[in-house]
Write a protein that binds this ligand. Structure first.
Ligand code: C2O
Ligand code: CU
Length: 489
C-alpha cells in the first residue's frame, strides 16, 4: 500500500518535471515499480499527500495473514484493554486487538474475507459485518449462530461482492458492547482502479464515563437511557479527541466515514473544505454530489472527496453541529470534531471528482403492493418503549420475503423521535422521502427517519435465504425491542 503511494508520487514527479511544475518524489520508491495488471496505462498520476499527513489520525490496519491473492485473513481478539484517548484519559475499554476502534480491515471487491474471532471478554459476543451481503450463516446474529462464549473462537468467512465502506461490531448486547468500544471499519476497494485517491477510514464514536471517571455502566440512567439512547461524553474521531489530518491545498483526499456510536448523531459541517459525496453504505453513487453538511446517523457511512481551500499554514476543523433527535430544528453552532491543517506545500490546482462514478441499475417493482412498516411507540413502561407495527421485541411476528425478488417498502416513523432504520444482508435504493423523489441513485442499508417521516425504497432480496433482521440502529432501541425478524425463503 505504502509502496504504491510512493510509486504514484514518483510518477507525478516525472510528469511534473516534464511540465516544469515543482514537486517532490519520495525516496523510498521501489526500483522496478510492480505494475498492477489491472491498472490502466493512463491512470492519472496524483501528487503525494504531505509528509506524515495521516500520522496523527490513521488507524492501525489488521494484518493479512494469508498470502493468496484472493483471500484476506485477519485475527480479531476481543478483550478489555487500557486505551488512551490522546487527551490524558486512559480507560479500560472493550477492544479488538487492544484498539478502539478496532483495526482497519481492508480488502478488494471479489476477495474472500476470513475473520478469526477470539473472545477474551467476560461475556459472549459475535461479529456482524454491517452492510456486507454475507451468506446468512455469517451474519453474526444470534438467529444464525450461538454467541461465542468467553474463551471461545469463531471464524467468519465470506466473499465480498460489493465495494464500499462497511464496519464490524458485535450483535449481542450490542448497546453495551458497542458502547464500550467494540467496532472497526471494513473497507472494500473497487475491483477495477477507480481513479480516486486511496481512502482514509474515519470512525466517529463516543464513550460514556461516569462521575468517577470510570467507563459508565451500559445500563446507566435506566429506562430513560433506553428511551433516549445513551450518548457518551467523549466524542471520538478514530478513537481520539480532536486528532489532526494534514492536507495540501487543492489536492483531494478521500475520507470513508463511519458512525459507530451507539446513539449519537453526527451533523457534520465542513468549513474551508470543498466536499463532494461519492457515496456511502454500498459503494459509489452514480454521480458525485457537492455537500456542505451531512447528517450521519448511527450505522451509516459516508464516502467523501475532500479538497482544502485554506492557504498553506492555516488550519480548519470538521465540525459537528448541534442536532436534536426530537424534530426540533437544530444545526446551529458547532463543536470542532477533528482538525484539518493545510501544509506548507505549494498548492496544486483544485481537484474535482470524476463526473460519473458508477453504473447503478434502476430497480422497478411496477404494480406491486408495497409492504408497510411502522416504527412505533408502544405504551409499555415509563417512558414508553419503541417497537415495530405497534409491538415490541418477541411480540413482533416474523416477516416473510421471497428470495430472488424485489420489494417496495414504505417505512413510516410514527414516533416523535428520529430512528435510523437498518436492514441486514440486503441493499435498498431509496425512491422517495416524504414523497420527494431522490435524484441520486445509490445502494443503502441504513436510512434515517425524522419524526413522522415516510421513506419509500426498493429492497433487492437476492438469493441468500435465511433469517435476517431489520432494526433501529440506536442500539439502546435495538436491545429494547425495536427489531424484527425477516425470513427470506
Ligand atoms: Cu450494525 Cu444489526 O447492525
Ligand atoms: Cu430508534
Amino acid at each position: 500500500m505504502k509502496q504504491k503511494r510512493a510509486w504514484k508520487g514518483c510518477l507525478w514527479a516525472f510528469v511534473a518535471a516534464v511540465t516544469a511544475v515543482a514537486s517532490a518524489c519520495t525516496t523510498d520508491a521501489p526500483e522496478g515499480p510492480k505494475k498492477d495488471a489491472s491498472a490502466p496505462e493512463t491512470a492519472a498520476p496524483r501528487p503525494s499527500q504531505p509528509e506524515g499527513w495521516d500520522r496523527d489520525i490513521a488507524l492501525a490496519s489488521a494484518k493479512d495473514e494469508n498470502d493468496a491473492d484472493d483471500v484476506v485473513e485477519v485475527s480479531l481478539r476481543a478483550s478489555i484493554t487500557n486505551v488512551s484517548l490522546g487527551d490524558g484519559t486512559t480507560l479500560p475499554l472493550w477492544t479488538y486487538n487492544g484498539l478502539v476502534p478496532g483495526p482497519v480491515v481492508r480488502a478488494r471487491q471479489g476477495q474472500t474475507l476470513r475473520v478469526h474471532l477470539e473472545n477474551a471478554l467476560p461475556e459472549a459476543t459475535t461479529i456482524h459485518h454491517h452492510g456486507v451481503r454475507v451468506p446468512n450463516a455469517m451474519d453474526g446474529t444470534e438467529m444464525v449462530q450461538t454467541a461465542v462464549p468467553p474463551g471461545g473462537t469463531f471464524t467468519y468467512s465470506f466473499s465480498l461482492p460489493d465495494e464500499g465502506t462497511y464496519w464490524y461490531h458485535p450483535h449481542v448486547h450490542s448497546s453495551a458492547q458497542v458502547g464500550y468500544g467494540l467496532y472497526g471499519p471494513l473497507v472494500v476497494d473497487a475491483k477495477e482502479p477507480d481513479g480516486l485517491p486511496e481512502s482514509l477510514p474515519i470512525v466517529l464514536s463516543d464513550l460514556s464515563v461516569d462521575e468517577q471517571g470510570k467507563l459508565a455502566d451500559g445500563a446507566a440512567d435506566g429506562a430513560f437511557g433506553d428511551f433516549f439512547g445513551r450518548e457518551g461524553k467523549y466524542v471520538l474521531t478514530n478513537g481520539k479527541v480532536m486528532p489532526r489530518v494534514i492536507m495540501r491545498k487543492g489536492l483531494a483526499q478521500r475520507w470513508r466515514i463511519v458512525n459507530a456510536s451507539r446513539a449519537r448523531y453526527f451533523a457534520l459541517a465542513f468549513p474551508e473544505l470543498v466536499v463532494h459525496r461519492l457515496g456511502g453504505d454500498g459503494g459509489r453513487m452514480s454521480a458525485p454530489e457537492p455537500i456542505r453538511s451531512y447528517l450521519l446517523v448511527p450505522g451509516e457511512r459516508l464516502d467523501l472527496f475532500v479538497v482544502a481551500t485554506g492557504n498553506p499554514g492555516t488550519e480548519t476543523s470538521v465540525m459537528r453541529q448541534s442536532y436534536d433527535r426530537f424534530g426540533t430544528e437544530s444545526g446551529s453552532g458547532g463543536t470542532p470534531l477533528f482538525r484539518v491543517a493545510v501544509s506548507d506545500d505549494a498548492p496544486v490546482p483544485a481537484e474535482s471528482p470524476p463526473a460519473k462514478l458508477a453504473t447503478i441499475e434502476t430497480l422497478s417493482v411496477e404494480g406491486k403492493t408495497p409492504r408497510m412498516i411502522e416504527l412505533s411507540e408502544v405504551p409499555k413502561g415509563n417512558p414508553t418503549a419503541f417497537g415495530i407495527d405497534g409491538k415490541t421485541g418477541a411480540d413482533i411476528g416474523v416477516f416473510h420475503a421471497k428470495a430472488g425478488t424485489r420489494e417496495r417498502w414504505i417505512v413510516e416513523n410514527a414516533t416523535n423521535m428520529d430512528h435510523p432504520f437498518h436492514l441486514h444482508g440486503f441493499f435498498f435504493q431509496v425512491l422517495a422521502m416524504n414523497g420527494v423523489p431522490r435524484t441520486t441513485r445509490e445502494w443503502k442499508d441504513t436510512v434515517n427517519l425524522r419524526p413522522h417521516d415516510r421513506v419509500e425504497f426498493i429492497a433487492d432480496f437476492d438469493r441468500r435465504p435465511g433469517m435476517w433482521m431489520f432494526h433501529c440502529h440506536i442500539l439502546d432501541h435495538t436491545d429494547h425491542g425495536m427489531m424484527a425478524m425477516l425470513h427470506v425463503e
